[in-house]
Write a protein that binds this ligand. Structure first.
Ligand SMILES: *Cc1c(COP(=O)(O)O)cnc(C)c1O
Length: 548
């Protein structure tokens, strides 16, 4: 049985055997790689009765199996798997970098439990280090701030809500959540808050959606109105999520204004200021440009890239005004799933949701051990901070600036090429530079994006255009092993000419692979053009109804 485990004494034979097994996996995946498409090689048809067949056939083998043969089975899992080649342009689904992977392996080698430093001192140390590093990066006071790694950007939004509840009702962790609490986010926010409202028992009816401006940012005038409406009905606003980098369009809410409005209203009505969480899961990484000298421009960025980055940076400068925020390192931080970092400006806030000594008989509250994360919703925790630590050391501020700079630069090149080559494809998030471009095509006779924004288009016509775009999604989706694009069925809520409202569908180019370079843009846009032409040609046939 011992041969299943890393050695106890560090002998060379054990190490060599371990290395060989790892090499088998690396060689195996390398032999599947295909830089001319998206998916790894290998035959695997995951359609039809694929999953039902798995259920029928799967059983634990009676005898043990040599790891070499297990590795063969593991590699088969990867057959036809999407891989982050230059043609991988679908969504915020990045490659894990080598520093990130090595950090994870380091954590696995000792398998400490990050719950308590007596069990997982390496994780505790890395966690304290990366919280301090990222606090200083965004402009928090690292001596006062706190945080921990958690289950996703969604976990961070959820913890923000737990803190908000506990701030407004310190007894809520024991006696339950008062029924008149309300939370706020924009229409373009991630659905994390919706889920959190359900999970805390507040209910998603207590989530108030604030309108957005055409650049997908929260309309602060509408926020003010809705805060006042809730208060007038006897409700108490406890939590505002400001999305700083929406997942689709990279809209950035104005944290400074949101905070000012919420402070002013709280004062007017004699209430506490709502907890402000910046959902910076995706966009927070642009804080790496906080201290970039755009005038001297040491990395030699092109003028349009400098403009784009400065535009983002001006909005991100207000991040430290938030009470808590988040970095999804598995997004732009280049580490594997799951490496989300929740940061709170005032670490004392975590006390509000911590456990009492008698509730944790096994861990913490001893004469030994100084770091016990009794305030997390998880009990056992992986030390994913070690992967974050590794990536931060390896890339450094400059490395992240270079990488993010490249992604934004390639995205700007896509926009330019789309405008020149495919004027039918109207860019619908043009106000937001970043790593993503959303575009929408219009059947002949349909009014364009500006008319839709202005509320001049009927619901029927917008739905017809949505169906037209859905056709493009289908055409591109079928060939996603060649080039893999994204799409969204909820870009901006617009008013219709007939007095209602609806959402716009749009196709998406998400620049996320380090292997997508400016030189690849013409080929990719040409491919898009051919497929868009197909959709226009098929347009003579009637469009099917949505949700068929
Ligand atoms: C991705 C994302 C989330 C959800 O993060 P997970 O890590 O998938 O849980 C929440 N908010 C924003 C803005 C995001 O981009």
């Amino acid at each position: 049985m011992q041969s299943f485990f890393p050695s106890e004494d560090g002998n060379e034979e054990g190490r060599m055997r371990f290395l060989q097994l790892i090499e088998q996996l690396l060689k195996g995946v390398d032999s599947l790689k295909n830089p001319d498409g998206v998916n790894l090689h290998g035959d695997k048809d995951r359609t039809g009765s694929f999953y039902n067949d798995l259920i029928r056939k799967s059983e634990i083998p009676t005898d043990s199996m040599p790891q070499e043969l297990v590795n063969d089975q593991l590699l088969k899992l990867l057959h036809n798997h999407p891989y982050h080649t230059k043609y991988f342009l679908t969504n915020i689904l990045p490659m894990a970098s080598i520093p990130g992977i090595l950090g994870m392996i380091t954590a696995f080698l000792v398998n400490g439990n990050n719950l308590w430093d007596v069990y997982g001192p390496a994780g505790a140390e890395a966690e304290v280090r990366v919280i301090s590093m990222m606090s200083k990066l965004v402009g928090y006071d690292a001596a006062r701030s706190g945080g921990y790694t958690t289950w996703g950007g969604q976990g961070a939004v959820f913890t923000g809500l737990r803190l908000a509840i506990a701030k407004f009702a310190p007894d809520a962790p024991r006696s339950g959540v008062p029924g008149n609490f309300y939370a706020f986010c924009s229409e373009s926010a991630h659905y994390s808050l919706f889920k959190s409202m359900e999970a805390t028992g507040l209910g998603s009816n207590h989530l108030i959606k604030v309108q957005t401006t055409p650049d997908s940012a929260m309309d602060v005038k509408d926020l003010r109105k809705k805060l006042e409406q809730v208060i007038a009905r006897g409700g108490i606003p406890i939590y505002i999520v400001a999305t700083t980098g929406t997942t689709d369009a990279m809209g950035i809410d104005d944290i400074k204004e949101i905070r000012a409005v919420s402070e002013e209203i709280a004062q007017t009505y004699g209430l506490q200021r709502p907890h402000l969480h910046a959902d910076s899961a995706l966009g927070g990484f642009f804080a790496f440009f906080r201290e970039y000298d755009f005038a001297a421009n040491p990395l030699g960025f092109q003028p349009n890239l400098v403009d784009g980055l400065q535009h983002i940076q001006r909005k991100m400068n207000h991040l430290p005004l938030a009470d808590s925020l988040c970095f999804d390192f598995q997004k732009l931080g280049q580490t594997p799933y799951l490496t989300s970092l929740f940061l709170v400006k005032n670490a004392m806030d975590l006390r509000l949701v911590d456990l009492e000594e008698e509730e944790t008989p096994y861990v913490g509250h001893r004469g030994y051990g100084d770091y016990h994360t009794g305030y997390t919703l998880e009990c056992s925790r992986m030390a994913s901070s070690i992967a974050i630590y590794s990536a931060l050391l390896a890339f450094g501020v400059k490395g992240y600036q270079q990488l993010l700079g490249q992604l934004v630069e390639v995205n700007l090149a896509f926009r330019e090429a789309l405008r020149a080559e495919i004027p039918e494809a109207q860019i619908v998030n043009g106000d937001n530079p970043g790593v993503v471009t959303l575009f929408r095509i219009y059947p002949e006779g349909a009014d364009g994006f500006q008319a839709e924004l202005a509320g001049r288009v009927s619901l029927a016509s917008i739905e017809r255009t949505n169906r037209f775009n859905e056709r493009l999604f289908e055409v591109l989706g079928e060939q996603r092993d060649r080039m893999f694009f994204g799409d969204t069925k909820k870009h901006l809520v617009v008013s219709t000419a007939d007095g209602g409202s609806t959402t716009l569908y749009a196709a998406k180019i998400f620049v996320i692979s380090p292997y997508t370079e400016i030189g690849h843009v013409p080929e990719i846009v040409q491919y898009l053009k051919e497929n868009i032409v197909k959709v226009y040609e098929a347009h003579s046939e009637p469009l099917e109804t949505i949700g068929r």
